[in-house]
Design a binder for this molecule. Structure first.
Ligand SMILES: [Zn+2]
Length: 84
């Protein structure tokens, strides 16, 4: 990940430039893939009590997840940088 980022910043001379472009594309794919994975994790949380899938909501200040079996809402502790 870090290596890809550094590779994208280095100015490659001549025909090596295509390698820099490929590294930049690779870095972009890595970033998008990481974000997609984090969002997948965020919306596929499981209840710490009964291990059931929970419904994730975007609250005012952070993400929360509700377990319908326990009737409990968990604060996922992921803030959105606004509110409060
Ligand atoms: Zn539960």
């Amino acid at each position: 990940m870090a290596l890809l980022f550094v590779g994208a910043l280095v100015p490659f001379p001549g025909s090596l430039r295509v390698i820099g472009i490929l590294l930049a594309i690779g870095f972009g794919i890595a970033v998008v893939g990481t974000l997609a994975y984090l969002f997948f994790q965020l919306y596929h949380t499981r209840c710490p009590h009964c291990d059931q899938p929970m419904a994730t909501h975007r609250g005012r200040a952070s993400f929360t997840a509700t377990c319908f079996r326990c009737d409990t809402t968990w604060d996922l502790g992921i803030g959105l940088g606004r509110g409060n």
